[in-house]
Design a protein around this ligand. Structure first.
Ligand SMILES: [Zn+2]
Length: 282
């Protein structure tokens, strides 16, 4: 498992699955040579056959005082998800083996409400979907909830309703401060209420992207939309603002769907173009 240290805060990646995809399965582009124009820090970002790897993982942010889980992947035994149906993974055991049994998680941040970010919110026990993290406050932005809760095609019955019934959900603003050193930052466009998560400690900073990008080429070419972006214009504006905010600042960018090495820095080249490069220092 991969981990990073930001000041005194630890961030752990807990992998659920890796899926090999074509560009057209994830991004709105006809440019099949798009990925070949740039150098990538690992072969999984661009394979010779034109595919790349989409990682599905959760991220534990451990400040010492708080244990915050950012996104809960697809989950096991989901019959009707678009991919990774009826998974039977050891993700929850892997999380516990890292030192984070479910009851030790005090906060779950749902960056947005797509199925691959909220699956382990609940688990199937004796035929019922029950909260996986019974002591955690589950943070969802009010804008995000209001959008999907009224969408007839989106079924949150198994993943969100048990949490709401148990009183475990807090509907928050897109700039919500989770605790000292951890805050949400608006990242609308992929979905209306999506957030990124900013982690700061000891003068260092990391930011977890959510799905504002699915591949780092979208930092370089922000107009390349994600296939599932609900508002492509807003999503592109969010990517531009993100790059302006974090390029050449030393901020560690941790991709919610990036395969290993998963995190890197945004650097502006002499031509003004932005590259995602791996930080070897941590
Ligand atoms: Zn996603």
């Amino acid at each position: 498992m991969t981990a990073w240290r930001i000041g005194t805060t630890e961030i752990h990646k807990v992998l659920e699955a890796e899926v090999t995809v074509t560009l057209a399965e994830v991004l709105r582009t006809d440019d099949t040579a798009l990925l070949k124009r740039y150098a990538w820090p690992a072969p999984d970002f661009s394979r010779a056959d034109g595919t790349f790897v989409l990682s599905v993982h959760g991220l534990v942010v451990d400040t010492g005082a708080r244990r915050i889980l950012v996104d809960t992947c697809v989950g096991n035994a989901r019959p009707s998800v678009p991919f990774l149906r009826m998974l039977d993974s050891t993700w929850l055991e892997d999380l516990a083996d890292l030192g984070y049994p479910p009851e030790s998680i005090d906060t779950v941040v749902c960056t947005h409400l797509h199925f691959d970010h909220i699956g382990w919110n609940t688990r199937l026990v004796d035929g019922n979907w029950v909260p996986t993290f019974p002591r955690a406050r589950h943070l969802v932005t009010r804008v995000e909830w209001d959008h999907w809760a009224h969408d007839a095609d989106t079924d949150l019955h198994d993943t969100m309703q048990p949490l709401i019934d148990a009183g475990l959900v807090d509907f928050v603003g897109s700039d919500h401060r989770v605790c000292d050193g951890v805050r949400l930052e608006a990242a609308a466009g992929h979905t209306p209420g999506q957030v990124a998560v900013v982690v700061e400690s000891g003068g260092e900073r990391a930011v977890i992207t959510g799905d504002l990008v699915h591949h780092p080429v979208q930092f370089t070419e922000p107009d390349v939309a994600g296939l599932a972006d609900t508002d492509t214009t807003q999503a592109a504006a969010t990517r531009r603002a993100f790059v302006d905010r974090y390029a050449d600042t030393g901020t560690l960018v941790i991709g919610t769907h990036f395969p290993a090495p998963t995190a890197g820095l945004l650097r502006r080249g002499g031509d003004g173009g932005v590259r995602f490069v791996v930080d070897g220092g941590r």
